[in-house]
Design a protein around this ligand. Sequence first.
Ligand code: CA2
Length: 155
Amino acid sequence: MSDRLPVYVLNGPNLNLLGVREPDIYGRETLADVQALCERAAGDATVVFRQTNHEGELIDWVHEAREKASALVINAAGYTHTSVALLDALKTLTIPVVECHLSNPAARERFRHRSYVSAVAAGVVSGFGPFSYELAVRAALRLAQERRAAADRSV
Ligand code: CA2
């Protein structure tokens, strides 16, 4: 069994409707499909995959990740563009954070161009549909592994 902490993949509001509504924007794959993709991309590593429609719950999970995760992938959905509270929570993390989006917010309406998550993210993956998650999980695992290697070197 691995002694490594899991990668957390947290999803914000309305992403539970993935594959059910607006397939022309967000595609036909469901959030369960995206979860399976993340688990495959993680290989031996464990993925904790969650979705909520509630800002406070998302923030509670970010706090939980502080102690229990090796890295965080987050698609905060609409809260990406609005939530200072989420930014404040993310700022308390010392683990790597990878921001992830299905669509490319920079190519959409102006109000989607600002991201409060980007300020604390090691990197952003957007615009590739569910494949964004695969790339984001791989990046998060790589960053977590680099952190472990650096910590091992310093003892
Ligand atoms: O592209 C992304 O992943 C977004 O985070 C999705 C958010 C949007 O507010 C961001 O600007 C970009 C919206 C998530 C809503 O998801 C739905 C999925 C299916 C049907 C309706 C909404």
